[in-house]
Design a protein around this ligand. Structure first.
Ligand SMILES: C[S@@+](CC[C@H](N)C(=O)[O-])C[C@H]1O[C@@H](n2cnc3c(N)ncnc32)[C@H](O)[C@@H]1O
Length: 240
């Protein structure tokens, strides 16, 4: 059974995930940085540095949300960054941010589903995703469609939460993620489920080698996993 945010409701995982991110969109950036003590910003920067040598010009940011990973990708000096997301609410907050920062001429934010991308095959030099793949309804389908729109030789760089395996980080992480974070998240976002769904969806996500195996199954080569900060998150890389 898929982990969904609103267990008592009927909608598909995709519908529920879009609804949840619509609900929390105005508090998302604040909570992200507050709950991670700003470490999420460093993780995105590190992931983008892994693409530096490739000099990608056309970049697709999947599950772009409010666009923070797309903004980090500007460090690569691309011609264009396209951000796609299924949540109109997150995109609206992102679009306002781009306008304010003067990035709206280079970062194009569009409504779009990772499992049905509206781009030709072999369009992008790099496809990036931060904290998105765990929310896909059909993980393999999403990763395969990302592979389809990548140019041959192009890379995908994915950041996702993972589960620390060693004492004492494993215990500390579980305590923080399951007991502290849902309470703060609920009070600030006013959404009853979003920050309970977060640890549950991380728990159900096939991290580490399992995720590398899936990347390999859908066609990526030269796959690598780089754990971040005691394994709280990981960067995954694959090439077409
Ligand atoms: C945790 S947010 C991450 C946002 C951003 N990448 C960041 O680093 O802050 C996850 C985003 O994934 C989006 N999402 C989930 N499933 C998706 C799908 N199938 N296609 C596109 N976006 C999706 C959600 O709407 C949400 O905005």
């Amino acid at each position: 059974m898929a982990v969904v945010p609103y267990k008592e409701q009927q909608g598909s995982k995709k519908e529920q995930v879009a609804e949840m991110f619509n609900n929390i969109s105005h508090k998302y950036d604040f909570l992200n940085h507050f709950l991670s003590l700003g470490i999420d910003i460093l993780w995105r920067k590190k992931a983008i540095r892994l693409l530096k040598a490739d000099k990608p010009k056309q970049i697709l940011d999947i599950a772009t949300g409010t666009g923070d990973f797309a903004i980090e990708a500007l460090a690569l000096n691309p011609d264009r960054v396209v951000g796609v997301d299924i949540s109109a609410g997150m995109l609206e907050v992102g679009k306002q941010k781009m306008k304010k920062k003067g990035y709206d001429n280079i970062i194009d934010m569009q409504l779009g589903d990772s499992e049905k991308l509206l781009f030709e095959d072999n369009t992008f030099d790099a496809v990036i995703v931060a904290f998105g793949v765990r929310n896909f309804e059909n993980l393999k389908k999403g990763l395969a469609d990302m592979h389809r729109v990548l140019k041959p030789g192009g890379k995908t760089v994915i950041i996702e939460f993972s589960k620390p395996k060693r004492f004492p980080m494993k215990q500390l992480y579980n305590f923080y993620f399951k007991s502290i974070l849902p309470i703060i998240g609920r009070i600030v976002s006013k959404d009853q489920a979003a920050y309970t769904y977060l640890p549950e969806s991380v728990g159900a996500f096939p991290d580490g080698q399992k995720f590398l195996d899936i990347l390999g199954e859908v066609g990526y080569k030269e796959t690598q996993c780089k754990p971040l900060t005691f394994g709280i998150s990981s960067i995954y890389i694959g090439q077409k």
